[in-house]
Design a binder for this molecule. Sequence first.
Ligand code: GLU
Length: 330
Amino acid sequence: MKKLMIFAIALVFGLALFSGIGPLEQKAQAGKTTFVTIGTGGITGVYYPTGGAIARMVNKKRKEYGIRATVESTGGSVFNVNAIMSGDLEFGVVQSDRQYQAIQGIANWKDKGPQKDLRAMFSIHPETVDLIAAVDANINSLADLKGKRVNVGNVGSGYRKNAIDALVANGLDYDKDFHSESLKAAEAPGLIQDGRLDAAFYTVGHPSGYYKEATSGKRKVKFVPITNVGSLLEKYPYYAKAVTQVTQHYPGAANDADVPTFGVKATFVTSAKVPDEVVYAITKQVFDNFDEFKKLHPAYGGLTKENMLEGMSAPIHPGAMKYYKEVGLK
Ligand code: GLU
């Protein structure tokens, strides 16, 4: 009997080895589910549908991989990095500048030091740093923000620092020069429409629900060009010149031309502590079904497999790297 059992166990393992299936598939076949959560941003941003798109693609293969991915709306990039580092989230969408700062231990991570366990998987859509203002507030440049009520952003967001950098480059102090608010992005469009806010910053891909909401109300709203940022582009490797395609995406905005600004990229990150096979499965699901993924949001229009491997500054997770090597992307 004992011999028979040993034989049976050896046969099962042998079969598993022979069929080349990994620990995740073995777990899946044993009926075990690996639960993972993806941190995103406000529900009117692009991170939230991005997390949803990735989760949906991964959950389709639930039988094969045994992964059940869920999505959480969060305060944004800084919150996501910190929650991934503390183990509260497994994955997150994070601005490329925030990924850089976290791995270097600067900006929000100056006191905590480098977030050594942060791992990159891939980049996603481009994001622009934008300022919108109610037309009746007469704001045509950052200098006109003086004395106004302006949302600079919640502390857990990625965009707050982009706003502050743009203000500093224009010689403005958000503490002194205007009434600054630290609201979550999702709240700002409604407050502008209600007349309780004059202007707001946000860094997001396009089109976004946020700007659709902000530009389709009774109070006319426009995008304000963000200029004089040459010093930022020189100083910080993660910032690049950009143009916000206002006319194409937001016909309700009171602009008749696209608006110059600067931008970053959205990236998908995890922790070194998340097992290789889980990261491999998610990477494979997105890249093997790239054409399907691209169709899930209009902000992904310019994506190529190659440019999804640009803009990462944390080490690439070995699970993702295994996939990239297999398909010749690395
Ligand atoms: N870039 C924003 C942030 O990290 C979030 C944008 C979005 O949710 O699409 O604060």
